[in-house]
Design a binder for this molecule. Structure first.
Ligand code: ZN
Length: 361
């Protein structure tokens, strides 16, 4: 292996942002959030904000073609291979050693690549770009996740949330008597794992993150302490979500997801809430389910169910997993892509939580 690039070829970005994440940095989660190898020959990357990258090039061997790779801090969840096309033979994502993620680009032939001219350029705190080949090669873009945050289908809410406008008067939450309740909200998926992809490319990760942030805001206004397991697009495995919750020991844990039906059937819609054990979990599920159904007229009530999902099975406090609709369903998707409906759902979840807390304390 040749450490091909000298440091001055890079614009290393090591910017420590006020990374407003609810969890301490997780050693195990990969700093790689999204990547795309585009038809113009550019490899584009999105990473966590305080990331140092290391890039390498290795000439072809008997077994492999020319390879370019980048190592990222943090460990990948699922090593995988993606078939290339044109000048690219294959892309591999792996963990070469514990705690690292490696993105390997393997070329079919080297006619068109000029490694000496390669420059990995930092575009901003979390985006990177390197031109790997010239665009005259026919090449179809491949990638995972959105490298450019502007492309995210759903923008998270920048504006203050005003739910009390006009006929949304009923968006008023009951008061809690005591102010020391503690809730962890778990927005499902994240980073390169978008979860369900629905009609028009709507992504579960974006929808549930937006809803979760609003739930947090609404509950915080009522004096509830709220933490999110993630509040940006990061790759977060299930076990760190659970260990975070078990360490923080909240009163309840609420994981928020959106559904996809097999075969992406547009006629399948509906909302459901799962718990794993205990009367408290079941009560919390019932309270939330009742409220989310109320703000989703016409969408089927799929009910409260017992489910063996990892995050509700392994958390030690009352825990539920809410499915706020089918992104593949015509009715639910059309609603969930609207910010006002996401606010209604968030309000409903917050109301269910408060009703539970009023009952159980
Ligand atoms: Zn999900």
């Amino acid at each position: 292996m040749s450490r091909f690039f000298s440091n001055k070829l890079f614009r290393y970005l090591s910017v420590l942002l006020f990374f407003n994440t609810a969890i301490p940095p997780l050693k195990s989660s990969s700093a790689l959030a999204a990547w795309a190898l585009k038809s113009n020959g550019y490899l584009e990357l999105r990473t966590k904000s305080n990331t140092n990258l290391e890039a390498y090039f290795q000439k072809a061997s008997n077994i492999y073609g020319d390879r370019f790779w980048i190592d990222f801090p943090g460990e990948l969840k699922t090593p995988r291979k993606i078939k290339g096309n044109g000048p690219i033979k294959e892309i591999r994502l792996g963990k070469p050693i514990t705690g690292k993620t490696r993105l390997v680009v393997e070329f079919t032939d080297k006619k068109n690549i000029k490694p000496l001219k390669w420059r990995l350029v930092g575009l901003d705190q979390n985006r990177w770009r390197i031109k790997l080949f010239s665009p005259q090669n026919s090449f179809k873009t491949i990638g995972e996740g959105f490298v450019n945050k502007k492309n995210i289908v759903i923008k998270t809410n920048q504006k203050p949330i005003d739910l009390n406008k006009r006929n949304y008067d009923y968006f008023r939450l009951p008061d809690l008597k005591q102010k020391n309740s503690f809730v962890i909200i778990d927005p499902g998926h994240g980073g390169p794992d978008p979860g369900a992809i629905g009609i028009g490319g709507i992504r579960e990760t974006d929808v549930v993150l937006d809803v979760s942030k609003i739930v947090k805001k609404l509950l915080s206004e009522k004096g509830v302490k709220v933490r999110l397991t993630r509040n940006s697009e990061i790759d977060l495995d299930l076990s760190p979500r659970v260990s975070y919750a078990n360490r923080m020991d909240p009163d309840i844990f609420v994981s928020i997801h959106a559904n996809a039906s097999r075969g992406k059937r547009r006629d399948v819609n509906g909302l459901e809430t799962f718990y794993y054990r205990g009367w408290r979990g079941r009560l919390l599920a019932k309270k939330i389910q009742k409220q989310i159904i109320e703000v989703s007229p016409g969408s089927p009530d799929r009910g409260v169910k017992q489910g063996r999902f990892y995050v509700i099975k392994n958390t030690r406090m009352p825990a539920v997993l809410v499915e706020i609709g089918f992104l593949t369903g015509r009715l639910d998707a059309r609603r969930l892509e609207k910010s006002i409906h996401r606010k209604r759902i968030a309000y409903a979840i917050a109301k269910g939580i408060i009703e539970y807390l009023l009952k159980v304390g």
